[in-house]
Design a protein. Structure first.
Length: 101
């Protein structure tokens, strides 16, 4: 626990920002604690913890829409339509991130 945790939480709540216990609950608007990976007392970055050799990251890319297909009765995102009219298909999964604040 960091020293100013409770004071910071109280300050945010004073200006109307509510604390949320689980920021993965589908409604992440508010103040929450972020989870980090630690190993041997040091922060472990995802690039070190996971094999990212097959991951393709598109930076500063405007996604117009997801490509959704019906696979065995399940709606699955298989790619994205980009704003420049190009398409990008995933081999396994699609992860869309708008970054963090």
């Amino acid at each position: 626990m960091y020293p100013l945790k409770n004071e910071l939480r109280a300050a945010w709540e004073k200006v109307g920002v509510q604390y949320i216990e689980d920021y993965n609950n589908g409604s992440p608007l508010g103040l929450a604690e972020m989870v980090e990976n630690w190993r041997d007392g040091k922060r472990q970055f995802a690039r070190d913890a996971y094999d990212l050799s097959g991951v393709h990251i598109l930076l500063s890319t405007l996604v117009e829409s997801l490509i959704i297909e019906d696979l065995n009765g399940q709606k699955i995102a298989t790619g994205v339509n980009l704003s420049d009219s190009s398409k990008f298909f995933a081999a396994e999964e699609v992860i869309v991130s708008a970054g963090v604040f």
